[in-house]
Design a protein around this ligand. Structure first.
Ligand code: TRP
Length: 359
């Protein structure tokens, strides 16, 4: 059996998000859209990284709980189907915490601290020197989130690629130390050679990074430049109207790599129309930013309408969301416990079997 293909014959993927509030278009184009596509061909696990939320908001646990439920509503709105895919809470899969401690031994401390995504976050979130020990530990934890599922691929946005690189290092080192896989083995051969873990690859979405409506920074809730999945048609229209281009007049030759055209490319799903807009814009052929913004807003609202509709079905019904999470946690623990048992075998930590019960 090809080890990267699961019992049901589908390759397995795992990905997740830290619950920080409502999801926005950056999440959609960077990752969630790809997940929706993959769920009919892959065995999918989608993790709500609620423990990671504690790294910077330990005093806000009620808010984290609310955000964790809200993010599931957004997943469902965007078309993730809980019958096909397991949506689960990181905190309810204990194997992840156990693997985190072990994997921390496989990564040099300085290697973790050199992770560029961590360094960026320290800067962007102004964490200074006062961040908790748990903050850099989350990057180790993320290697465990992923490897607990032994996935072949991890659909993520570009900013997560350094975490995937660390995950690949952990998987290689584990297989080398505990499973006698040669240092010279190809990544794709690790499982064949007896390694516990596949070396998973990052599957970066078509638009790895969507610029926010400020036209400068990556779309992000905390920067106030985001269009949310749950925004009303009016809000969408208003926000699109604010996308900054700096262009002065409809006859000024425009730059088709600007922020507005990133939206044209990502959301106007009519290639001949996109080509026409680009041609006229770059020549300054009497086409105003306002006109293009109108078309972008219309395309967005058309895309968002079915999402709003699905969202309405779960509005106010936390119980239904918790039931979906419970089912997802049961499925996630089946795989994660199996991985943990394999890890315990390989590391000589297996003393007796253990069974986990939920519910
Ligand atoms: N760090 C990711 C983010 O902030 C969330 C995350 C946690 C994740 N665990 C993961 C993503 C495992 C992919 C795989 O968006």
């Amino acid at each position: 059996m090809n080890p990267q293909v699961t019992r049901n014959g589908r390759p397995r993927i795992l990905t997740g998000d830290t619950p920080t509030g409502a999801l926005h278009l950056g999440h959609w184009v960077g990752s969630v859209k790809r997940r929706v596509e993959l769920q009919s061909t892959h065995e999918c696990y989608f993790l709500v990284a609620n423990m990671h939320a504690f790294t910077t908001r330990v005093d806000l646990s009620a808010e984290i709980r609310r955000d964790s439920i809200e993010i599931v509503r957004d997943y469902l709105a965007m078309g993730i189907d809980p019958k096909q895919s397991a949506i689960f809470l990181q905190s309810e899969v204990p194997a992840i915490a156990e693997l985190t401690f072990l994997f921390a031994m496989l990564l040099p401390f300085n290697r973790v601290m050199r992770n560029p995504t961590l360094k960026d976050e320290i800067k962007i979130k102004n964490l200074g020197e006062t961040y908790s020990f748990g903050f850099p530990l989350y990057a180790v934890g993320q290697t465990a989130d992923i490897l607990a599922f032994r996935p072949s691929g991890v659909p993520v946005g570009e900013d997560q690629v350094p975490h995937l690189e660390m995950t690949r290092e952990v998987a290689r080192r584990f297989n080398q130390i505990f499973c006698k896989v040669s240092e010279h083995a190809e990544d794709s051969d690790h499982e064949k050679l007896g390694g516990t873990f596949p070396i998973p690859h990052a599957d970066v979405g078509a638009v790895g990074r969507l610029v926010g409506i400020d036209g400068i920074n990556k779309m992000s809730k905390s920067l106030g430049n985001a269009i949310f999945i749950a925004d009303t048609p009016k809000e969408v229209q208003k926000k699109v109207g604010k996308i900054f281009t700096g262009r002065q007049s409809p006859t000024e030759p425009g730059d088709i790599t600007n922020a507005l055209f990133q939206y044209v490319d990502a959301f106007i799903l009519d290639p001949p129309r996109v080509a026409e807009l680009k041609d006229r814009y770059s020549r300054g052929d009497n086409i105003g930013d306002g006109h293009i913004k109108q078309e972008v807003a219309e395309a967005l609202n058309k895309m968002l309408e079915p999402m709003r509709e699905r969202r309405r079905q779960f509005e106010g019904d936390d119980r239904a969301i918790i039931d979906i999470l419970k089912d997802g946690c049961i499925r996630a623990n089946q795989v994660a416990e199996e991985t943990l048992a394999m890890v315990k075998d390989a590391t000589k930590l297996a003393y007796f079997p253990r069974r986990l019960t939920i519910g």
